[in-house]
Design a protein. Structure first.
Length: 395
């Protein structure tokens, strides 16, 4: 007893002891063969199915680069198809935590589903990394030390495009979107910047998610005759909207702009109807930085597909998990150590390096892109190191 007491009084010895304990705890997780259980809750059916698949691909690419292990631990993935249905989300996430005993949650794509996940994660203290859904509240009023986002807030691309369109001298805009958090908040961000810059939103059109009966709304746009239209749609709905907009003859008369989800992961299906469209997002297809080049090459080799923004966000969810877990020596219960490491990290993303804000949302460049030859080509930076205002976050 006495010897231990004396030993602990020396700062050098304390450090050595801490290091030894850390090694023992890493070794015990690894040696005991306890797998790190990850609950991957994503849409694998419906209008956002391709988004869920791309996120999983990106995440698994990171995992493969780590030899299939995170902080020395083998990984077990438990997958759930959340169907982009918020009414099933609380049950789905509770099953992952209580029945499957996952250590970490990764999900989801749909803002309504992610808000339900964030509520459960906050109440239970489970680590959550959001690899797409932009719900402002996740890193706003619902922010928590154990919740992180590898993607964006809905406000970010909307705000950036509002600034761009106002600077272009566009005066009157109509907005059109799905009526749920992602659409509402993207439009709100757009309107905030566009009206600050001297523009006016003359009409806000919407339809319920995931409806794609756009005809009556397109007729309304034609008769309103704004200078431009701003929109949020994604996945299968974005494909149909871009095609219907062109088929209605509007593409030639009223320029269409969007948050970049309008044309990301959709260009093969949209074909020539997407040519020339300008959007704002935290990724583009020709960034050409070192990390992006390596990522695109590895992704194409592994999946025989070109990556999109969703694949990048899945990969970066993996990077956040890796950074946090290494700092805890593989112990997912050490959430304060996990958070401290992630908060201090500069994440080497294919989108360019980014860090997390105090509320745990990426502080990142939002790029202006234009569709050319089935690529979202970089035109410039719409908004440099844009920080989400994290309204209502107390952390
Ligand atoms: C969302 O619901 O937050 C969302 C869905 C698809 C793309 C972007 C955002």
């Amino acid at each position: 007893m006495k010897a231990t007491g004396t030993f602990l009084q020396s700062p050098v010895s304390k450090t050595l002891l801490a290091a030894a304990l850390a090694l023992i705890s890493t070794a015990s997780f690894a040696q005991a063969g306890t797998k790190l259980k990850i609950g991957l809750m994503l849409p694998y059916s419906g209008t956002y199915a391709s988004l869920g698949n791309a996120i999983e691909n990106g995440f698994k690419l990171y995992l493969a680069e780590q030899g299939g292990k995170i902080a020395g631990r083998e990984v077990e993935i438990v997958k759930v198809d959340d169907e982009s249905d918020p009414s099933k989300a609380t049950d789905n996430v509770n099953k992952l935590i209580k029945r499957d005993n996952v250590d970490v949650l990764i999900g989801s794509v749909h803002s309504g589903v992610a808000m339900a996940m964030a509520k459960v994660a906050k109440d239970s203290g489970t680590l959550l990394i959001v690899p797409n859904a932009g719900a402002d509240a996740v890193t706003g009023a619902m922010c928590a030390p154990n919740i992180f986002r590898s993607s964006f807030s809905n406000w970010q691309p909307g705000y950036a495009m509002g600034e761009v369109m106002a600077k272009k001298g566009i005066k009157k805009a109509v907005t059109i979107t799905w009526k749920y958090a992602a659409g509402d908040e993207t439009v709100r961000g757009f309107k905030e910047a566009f009206e600050k810059g001297g523009g006016t939103v003359v009409k806000e059109l919407s339809l319920p998610f995931p409806n794609v009966e756009f005809q009556a709304l397109l007729t309304d746009i034609a008769s309103t005759k704004p200078d431009a239209v701003f929109t949020f749609f994604a996945g299968g709905g974005a494909v149909k909207f871009v095609k219907d907009y062109a088929a209605a003859g509007l593409k030639k008369t009223i320029p269409l702009y969007g948050s970049g989800f309008l044309t990301d992961g959709t260009l093969d299906a949209q074909g020539a109807d997407a040519d020339g469209l300008m959007t704002a997002l935290h990724y583009a297809d020709n960034l050409e930085n070192t990390k992006d080049k390596a990522f695109r090459l590895a992704y194409a080799k592994t999946y025989k597909l070109q990556p999109d923004v969703y694949a990048v966000q899945g990969y970066d969810a993996g990077q956040i998990l890796g950074i946090g877990m290494r700092a805890t020596n593989g112990d997912a219960s050490k959430k304060a150590d996990f958070a401290k490491a992630v908060e201090a990290a500069k994440i080497d993303s294919p989108r360019g390096p980014f860090s997390l804000s105090k509320a745990h949302n990426p502080v990142q460049d939002i790029y202006l892109r234009q569709v050319t030859a089935k690529e979202n080509r970089l035109i410039g930076v719409a908004s440099k190191a844009l920080v989400d205002p994290a309204r209502g976050c107390k952390m």
